[in-house]
Write a protein that binds this ligand. Structure first.
Ligand SMILES: [Zn+2]
Length: 389
């Protein structure tokens, strides 16, 4: 048995985190699919089979769905947005109402993002200082400040099981190399502050009660910076590695190229790997085969609310199309999602979308979420063949 850095690897490629503070997750490399791995991710809210897709329950709910409906699609974890819950209703209210699990009645694991992405993407006048990011509250215009420490405190108050470190995100489109480097260096100074604050907040918790902290790898499309960033995150006292700053407008080929570049660099590090903000089926498969264990995205539910759904072959169809007026078939005959099994016809769904009934978005969301979780479930099977895909 190989042992390195407190971890061990046995002869069958099973990696186990040894002497861990609390997490004893295992990941096994899957045969024949690049760097894809099958895992058992142990969190304080239960064990998660990986690879796994996590829908965004931005404000505490996956829009238009009850938790039972989300569970029925095979989803195991949801993501709550720190920024949105901080602004409304505020983490103090969520805490008084029992924390995010009790608040939204989702009993499975919950991951919260850092709030950084929204701060940077929703307020183009957000001001970055070494302390943190100052921005305007879009609800009442108040000035707000989120620092690395504040982000950890909000996620702690919310009652999240998996935290993400606060990072300095910049757009890829118009970023100068000097800005990318500046954000890169600040992100790692902030990571140290996040780790210190996270440890302070969780010091009193028993190991099995302790949440997890993910550090974020940045560096835009610069491979040298990405590698340095990954090395810094992997050397930190974090429980998981998050890959940020991809799927933010760059060409798909560039994102895939970066995922392929990073794949061998994780080595045998046993910590879970989370790719932020990616949920198109083609990208999901690519990410999994590049060793990613967890992904989140608003895409499946947002698309569904706009009548766009995926069918076999990762094709998109638009349910409002006139050719479906008299279509008596479900979205995809043979699909095991609750919407298709119940037999709702494409003609009925088209009618609901045209009538503006929110049930249409809910039924389509169920299909799209099941489409993604079914892909993940196939990768969770050791003998999964490409032809099964
Ligand atoms: Zn379906």
């Amino acid at each position: 048995m190989l042992t390195f850095n407190g971890y061990s690897v046995n002869g069958w490629g099973i990696i186990q985190q040894m002497n861990s503070k609390n997490h004893n997750s295992t990941f096994t490399y899957q045969n024949g699919h690049g760097y894809a791995r099958i895992g058992q991710l142990k969190t304080r809210a239960g064990v998660v089979r990986t690879p796994t897709f996590m829908p965004d329950a931005t404000r505490g709910a996956v829009k238009g769905l009850q938790p039972e409906q989300v569970y029925a699609t095979g989803v195991q974890i949801v993501l709550n947005n720190t920024y949105h819950l901080h602004l409304q209703p505020g983490e103090a209210v969520v805490k008084r109402l029992g924390g995010v699990h009790h608040f939204g009645k989702w009993t499975g694991p919950i991951l919260t993002d850092s709030g950084g992405f929204q701060v940077f993407s929703l307020d183009k006048f957000a001001k970055v200082t070494e302390d943190g990011v100052a921005f305007k509250d879009p609800i009442n215009g108040d000035k707000r400040l989120i620092t690395p420490e504040k982000s950890m405190q909000i996620q702690f108050e919310l009652g999240s099981d998996m935290f993400v470190a606060f990072d300095h995100l910049i757009g890829l489109d118009d970023a100068k190399p000097s800005e990318v480097l500046d954000a890169f260096e600040r992100t790692h100074r902030w990571l140290k502050r996040c780790v210190t604050e996270f440890k302070r907040l969780t010091a009193h918790l028993a190991p099995e009660e302790r949440p997890m902290l993910f550090g974020v790898v940045q560096g835009g499309l610069d491979k040298e910076l990405r590698k340095r960033s990954l090395d810094l995150v992997m050397a930190s006292e974090v429980d998981g590695i998050a890959i940020g700053g991809l799927s933010v407008g760059e060409p798909r080929a560039d994102m895939h190229d970066m995922l392929e570049y990073l794949a061998p660099l994780y080595g045998d590090d046993p910590r879970p790997r989370f790719l932020l903000g990616v949920g198109d089926p083609i990208d999901l498969r690519k990410a999994i085969e590049c060793g990613i264990d967890m992904l989140d995205c608003v895409l499946p539910t947002r698309n569904a609310r706009h009548a766009t759904i995926w069918v076999s072959g990762d094709q998109k169809i638009h349910l409002t199309n006139g050719r479906f007026v008299d279509d008596p078939e479900p979205i995809e005959p043979g699909c095991d999602c609750a919407t298709c099994v119940a037999g709702y016809s494409k003609g009925f769904l088209r009618h609901l979308f045209k009538a503006g009934d929110p049930l249409a978005g809910s039924l389509a969301s169920i299909h799209n979420l099941r489409y993604l979780t079914r892909i993940c479930e196939k990768y969770q099977t050791q003998d999964f063949k490409r032809s099964d895909n």
